[in-house]
Design a protein around this ligand. Structure first.
Ligand code: NI
Length: 271
């Protein structure tokens, strides 16, 4: 089985002791594409370094809503330079987080808009983080979708989706994929299975968001890319499909969204 993990943070300190082993375990579990996602300038650089070292790892660069206050003109210029790297396949993660509100809302909105503009200029898809901020996220995303106007081609992904079915359907209509993580596997998951049942498999992605959100039965422990298989299995159960087919289609969706040539999949895990 060949799998994608469309959203990881392998550069985070939780992997300091066994980063290379975790990457090796991912490869052995069948993971053939990883997108490691930046949350600030430093982790965006670290994502690129990982991508340079491992052929099956790609990078996204961006400033997380928690750190939105860090996005000044210099940071934006730096992101733009980083985005020119051949293994940078997206701008992210960017968005709004009104759950923790670590940066003021107005500051988050400004940083979100500025990075969407950057993505448009660089012709890259976006990885969107939205928590307790559906209304404002969709308002900004609607403007963005109208501006990029790329019918028939995906323009981004709603990472670790936690919104309503209504929002999911609108996002798909606007050109976004919906990505699901460990919460789909939780015993008390109710809303999320109902939502993914309604979304065609062509618009779904899977991810771990490691080191966070470990799927059942690892819930509460550190997450890692090899566990994305458990997310694929949960999705297959909801869709009443074969897990191999779910893995294949979500990998294909990721290749399409991130504009990655499938021949890269033949490479070994390390250079
Ligand atoms: Ni993340």
């Amino acid at each position: 089985m060949e799998l994608v993990d469309s959203h990881t943070h392998l550069d985070f300190p939780q992997f300091a002791g066994d980063r290379e082993e975790a990457i090796k375990r991912a490869w052995e579990a069948g993971v053939r594409l990883i997108v490691n996602v930046g949350t600030d300038i430093e982790s965006s650089r670290a994502s690129i370094a990982l991508a340079e070292k491992h052929p099956f790892i790609y990078a996204a660069v961006g400033i997380h809503p928690h750190d939105a206050r860090l996005l000044d003109d210099d940071a934006l210029e730096e992101l733009k330079e980083l985005a020119c790297h051949p293994k940078v396949v997206a701008i992210g993660e960017i968005g709004l987080d009104y759950y923790r509100n670590l940066s003021p809302r107005k500051v988050q909105q400004r940083a979100f808009r500025a990075q969407l503009e950057l993505a448009q200029e660089m012709r890259k898809p976006v990885i969107i983080h939205s928590r307790n901020a559906q209304k404002d996220t969709m308002e900004i995303v609607r403007e963005f979708a109208a501006r990029v106007n790329s019918p028939g081609h995906p323009i981004g992904v709603m990472h670790c989706f936690s919104g309503s079915l209504e929002v999911a359907l609108e996002a798909v209509k606007l050109g976004f994929m919906i990505s699901v993580a460990g919460p789909l596997t939780f015993k008390n998951a109710r809303k999320l299975p109902q939502i993914v049942r309604e979304i065609p498999l062509d618009y779904l992605l899977i991810e771990t968001d490691c080191p966070y959100l470990a799927p059942h039965p690892h819930r509460g422990k550190r997450n890692e890319p090899a566990y994305v298989r458990l997310v694929a299995e949960a999705l297959a159960a909801v869709k009443q499909m074969d897990v191999t087919e779910v893995a294949r289609q979500t990998l294909e969706n990721a290749l399409l969204l991130f504009g990655i040539d499938p021949v890269t999949l033949q490479f070994s895990p390390s250079t």
